[in-house]
Design a binder for this molecule. Structure first.
Ligand code: G6P
Length: 616
């Protein structure tokens, strides 16, 4: 949700900023802009639309400056206009700023500044922040040239309520950038005679793999030669330089048409990474290095509470099913945004899990802080190493799925399902699951990458089906038990990338409402795995067929459906129950993807969405 890139060093900043912005475009793509320090001036370019528009604009301008800041926007305050695009310049022309987050007390500050003759050209909260820095800068004694800029940012931030990742430049200090964060991610890339700032590592990895993850309440003062981190109350922070383990190739298309397609096909590898080193030596249970909780403590838990947003919330629903089914421990699932405010009564010995690909979703982070405040231990399942949620949790499990760039989550989701299955096994083996059932379960999990690979072979067949269904306006996704969350996920995938109205329901629940939608124009995607509910699901399909609804059936290989019942059949391999949600997800990802492509939708950057939602 808004991406920031900054550069200071010996090279021309413009191309580095633009390359970084392109990599962060998944965070927002309403407008893009940059500011370069050049010839004693702050040169600013801004364009509505994609970064490509900014590339065209700046190509004409031949910027040569070696320090700059830039931004790709997901609009919050103020419409999608050039005036609202970042960077924002203070009304005295001294300070320029890019911002990711929301300044909640911006109205009061704006009122105060208007009383001091500051003027505003945009509707944004960011411009208010920039002018408040200018106000403090003007008040700082000029004799204090060395630290005047840094201190004016620090003083400003003490008055700010809300969230921010910011990078600021001052016309009087051409060799400095000041950046800070609270609630929005920001990393410093430490290069050789150069430094980068970015909202995530993909924007700087082609220049350096050495990064410092800034923490909330920290500011960094960067020059071409060095950097220093301090807190809002001026304490020095010794930097911890981490090394990024993935490479630039992981963040490139590598021949795929879209990141979503690439990430769907990366799932076998992502699943292998999620499992690596996580099985016990006797092959009957799972091991986790980072939970920081002893087995005896897990035995005391009365209830697990899982909270998340979006696709990750669907992963929570699968975790609920698997833990309750195999470990027989009650699980509650909540939307993070609801949990935070609804003040739910909680069991004394509950343990919280927060699932988040990015580790930065503000609703999930806020819910986690709320659970912590109430004295509960909180665990995180995150993909992005060093992210806020991962850092603030008491323990957790990293997904190791590699960077996920497509806005619609795919490989991160199935990796979350695999980790949920591993965790269910771990708890089950601490309770009543036998050694041999554990061994069988482990074998089932180990088969997941190969079975996903096999399911991916259906891609050409699914692409053909997609051509036939691309022009419908509505679609139902129907599944039962662990595949009900996958019905929700299938519906979400389809609506977010192809803009087709879709709903996910438990298959039998369909007759209590959604069936009213069914006609020749509203197809239904049914999950029909082998097992005790097979015939019940077939009955639900008959009810749809009787109303002329078309049916796409995702069916376990070898299971026979009544003749003519399904219009389309997508076979999936037979598998252990614990990985069925993973296998069943693949066809609906591919179906949504190919339908969106057939509708000429911008698959990786669906309208109005952003990958990492860092505003409430
Ligand atoms: C956004 C994205 C979704 C994602 C959700 C939660 O809405 O568009 O794809 O599932 O945020 O993100 P997280 O990073 O917390 O998993």
């Amino acid at each position: 949700m808004c991406g920031i890139v900054g550069y200071i060093g010996k090279q021309k900043a413009v191309s580095i900023l633009l390359e970084g912005l392109k990599r962060l475009e998944y965070r927002g793509y309403d407008s893009a802009g940059l500011a370069i320090q050049q010839d004693g001036k702050l040169c600013i370019s801004r364009k509505t639309g994609r970064v490509e528009q900014l590339v065209k604009e700046t190509a004409k301008l031949h910027y040569t400056g070696t320090a700059g800041i830039s931004h790709t926007r997901w609009a919050t305050h103020g419409g999608v206009t050039e005036a609202n695009a970042h960077p924002h310049l203070s009304s005295d022309g001294k300070l320029v700023l890019v911002h990711n987050g929301v300044i909640e007390n911006f109205a009061a500050i704006k009122h105060f500044l208007q009383g001091k003759d500051y003027t505003f050209r945009s509707e944004t909260d960011t411009e208010v922040l920039c002018n408040l820095i200018a106000y403090h800068y003007a008040k700082e004694p000029e004799s204090n040239a060395q630290s005047r800029f840094l201190e004016s940012v620090r003083k400003t931030l003490l008055h700010i309520e809300g969230t921010y990742g910011i990078a600021v430049m001052c016309v009087d200090r051409p060799n400095e950038i000041v950046a800070a964060r609270k609630g929005s991610p920001l990393l410093l890339g430490v290069g050789d005679g150069e430094y980068l700032l970015a909202s995530d590592a993909s924007a700087l990895i082609s220049h350096t793999r050495n990064v410092v993850y800034l923490k909330d309440g920290e500011l960094v003062h960067v020059t071409p030669e060095t950097f220093a981190i301090t807190t809002l109350d001026q304490a020095d922070v010794p930097p911890v330089v981490d090394r990024i383990t993935w490479s630039i190739a992981d963040a490139e298309l590598n021949g795929f048409a879209h990141f979503m397609e690439k990430e769907i096909f990366e799932q076998p590898a992502a699943l292998e990474n999620a499992m690596r080193g996580r099985f016990s030596a006797d092959g009957s249970t799972a091991n986790f290095g980072g939970l920081n909780l002893a087995a005896t403590d897990f035995r005391q838990i009365d209830r697990f509470v899982f909270c998340s947003c979006g696709t990750a919330w669907h992963a929570c629903l699968v975790a609920e099913h698997l833990i309750e089914r195999f470990a027989r421990v009650p699980v509650e699932v909540d939307y993070a945004s609801e949990f935070r405010y609804r003040n739910a009564p909680l069991d004394r010995d509950a343990l919280f899990f927060f699932i988040s690909q990015s580790g930065e979703t503000i609703d999930t982070l806020a819910a986690m802080r709320e659970a912590k405040r109430k004295g509960y231990k909180v665990m995180a399942i995150c993909n992005v190493v060093g992210s806020s949620i991962a850092r603030e949790a008491d323990g957790g499990i990293y997904q190791h799925a590699g960077p996920e760039i497509g806005v619609a989550s795919t490989k991160a989701f199935t990796s979350q399902l695999l980790i949920s299955a591993l965790f269910a096994l771990y708890v089950a083996r601490l309770r009543d699951m036998s050694f041999s059932d554990g061994v069988n379960y482990v074998q089932g999990l180990k088969a997941a990458p190969e079975l996903v690979r096999k399911t991916l072979e259906q891609a050409p067949h699914i692409k053909e089906i997609a051509q036939r269904y691309a022009q419908y306006h509505d679609c139902l996704f129907l599944g039962r038990l662990s595949l009900f969350p996958i019905a929700l996920e299938g519906a979400l995938k389809l609506k977010e990338i192809s803009y087709i109205h879709a709903e996910g329901y438990p298959a039998a629940e369909m007759k209590h409402g959604p069936i009213a939608l069914v006609n020749e124009q509203c197809p239904s995607v049914f999950f029909v795995p082998k097992g005790e509910l097979f015939n019940k699901i077939v009955s639900s399909m008959q009810e749809i067929k009787a109303r002329k609804g078309k049916i796409i059936a995702i069916v376990t290989e070898g299971c026979e459906l009544p003749d003519g019942l399904a219009d389309e059949v997508i076979p999936i391999p037979d598998c252990h129950e614990a990985i069925l949600p993973i296998i069943a997800t693949v066809p609906v990802q591919l179906l949504s993807y190919y339908i969106a492509v057939a509708r000429h939708c911008d698959v990786d950057k669906p309208r109005n969405l952003a990958k990492s939602v860092t505003v409430e």
